[in-house]
Design a protein around this ligand. Structure first.
Ligand code: NDP
Length: 288
C-alpha cells in the first residue's frame, strides 16, 4: 500500500488558526501587539521572497512585522548598531536576520549579537544550550516543525530508531538532539549521519523514522528505506522539474508508511514555528 502523505500545509493552517486566537487573547490581556522585526541586507531575490512570505504569515495571525532593509554595502558595524537598537526597543519582541548576509559581514557575529530573549530563530548559543539541556526558551523553527508534525500526526517517537541525515546547525544537529530529549516528540534512539558516514544505506535502513536534510535532490532511494518507515523530507532543491526534496518521492512512497511531500511538507511548518516563537517572545517579555 502506498504511503500516507503527510500534509504539512494543512497542519500549518490549523496551527496558524490556533495561533490567531492566542494572539487576540494576548492583545486583549496585555494591550501589546506581538511584533517581529525582519532585517534584510542586500537584494538576494530568494531572501526577498522568504522575508515577504514571513511578513505575510505574521499578518495572517495578527502579529505586527517591521521591515528593516539595508543596502548590500552595509558594514558589520552598521548592522550591529541596528541589532543593538532592536534589542533595546521594547515594542519589538522578535528579531529575524535573513541569511545569507553579504560577504563583508560575519554571520556568526551578527547572530550572536541578537538578544537571546528576541532570538526567534533560536540560533543564539545561549538558546542552543538551553535547548540541549531540555529547558528551551525557543525551539529552532525547522526542527520544531518536524517535531510538531510527528506529534500532531500521532507518530510515536518514544523508543523508536530515528536516523537524521545531515548535521547542520539549523536542521540536523538540533533536531537530532531534540528527538533524544525526554518528552513528546522525543525519547527516541537517535543516529546522526553526514557526508563521512560509512555505508549510509545500511544505517538508514535501520530507521523507524528517517529524517533527511542534506540538500541533494532525490538522494534517498527506495533501497535506503525500511519497509513501513516514516520518512520526513526536509530538503528543498530547485531542479528543471521544479522544487524537489532529498527523497525520491515516487519510489519511496511505495515503501514507506508515511512520507512528507516537497513542497507542502516541512516548509509550511517551519514558517509557522517562527510565529509561535514570536508570540512566545512577547509572552516572555510580558512575564518579566
Ligand atoms: P547544509 O548544507 O548546511 O548541511 C547539509 C548536511 O548534509 C551536512 O551535514 C552534510 O554533511 C550532509 N550531507 C551532504 N551530502 C551528504 C551525503 N551524500 N551523505 C550524507 N550526508 C550528506 O544544509 P541545511 O541543513 O541547511 O539544509 C538541508 C536541506 O534542507 C537543504 O535542501 C535546504 O534547502 C533544506 N531546508 C529546508 C527547510 C524547510 O523549511 N523545509 C529549512 C532549512 C533547510 P557534512 O556535515 O559532513 O558536510
Amino acid at each position: 500500500m502506498p504511503a500516507n502523505i503527510l500534509d504539512g500545509k494543512a497542519l500549518a493552517k490549523t496551527i496558524r488558526e490556533e495561533l490567531a486566537v492566542e494572539v487576540v487573547e494576548f492583545i486583549q490581556q496585555h494591550e501589546v501587539v506581538p511584533s517581529l522585526a525582519a532585517v534584510l541586507v542586500g537584494e538576494d531575490p530568494a531572501s526577498e521572497v522568504y522575508v515577504r512570505m514571513k511578513r505575510r504569515d505574521c499578518e495572517q495571525v495578527g502579529i505586527h512585522s517591521v521591515m528593516h532593509r539595508l543596502p548590500e554595502t552595509t558594514t558589520q558595524d552598521e548592522l550591529l548598531k541596528l541589532i543593538g537598537e532592536l534589542n533595546t526597543n521594547a515594542s519589538i519582541h522578535g528579531i529575524l536576520v535573513q541569511l545569507p548576509l553579504p560577504g563583508q559581514i560575519n554571520e556568526q557575529a551578527i547572530l550572536d549579537a541578537v538578544s537571546p530573549d528576541k532570538d526567534v530563530d533560536s540560533f543564539h548559543p545561549t538558546n542552543v544550550g538551553l535547548m540541549v539541556q531540555g529547558r528551551p526558551r525557543f525551539l529552532p523553527c525547522t526542527p520544531s516543525g518536524v517535531q510538531q508534525l510527528l506529534i500532531r500526526e500521532g507518530i510515536e517517537t518514544s523508543g523508536k530508531n530515528v536516523v537524521v541525515v545531515g548535521r547542520s546547525e539549523i536542521v540536523g544537529k538540533p533536531l537530532s538532539v531534540m528527538m533524544g530529549l525526554r518528552g513528546p516528540g522525543g525519547d527516541a534512539t537517535v543516529t546522526i549521519c553526514h557526508s563521512r558516514t560509512k555505508d549510509l544505506p545500511a544505517v538508514t535502513r535501520e530507521a523507524d523514522i528517517l529524517i533527511v536534510a542534506i540538500g541533494k535532490a532525490n538522494f534517498v532511494t527506495a533501497d535506503m528505506v525500511k519497509p513501513g518507515a516514516v520518512v520526513i523530507d526536509v530538503g528543498v532543491n530547485r531542479t528543471d522539474d521544479g522544487l524537489v526534496g532529498d527523497v525520491d518521492f515516487d519510489a519511496v512512497k511505495e515503501i514507506a508508511s508515511q512520507l512528507t511531500p516537497v513542497p507542502g511538507g516541512v516548509g509550511p511548518l517551519t514558517r509557522v514555528m517562527l510565529l509561535v516563537n514570536t508570540l512566545t517572545a512577547a509572552r516572555q517579555a510580558q512575564a518579566k
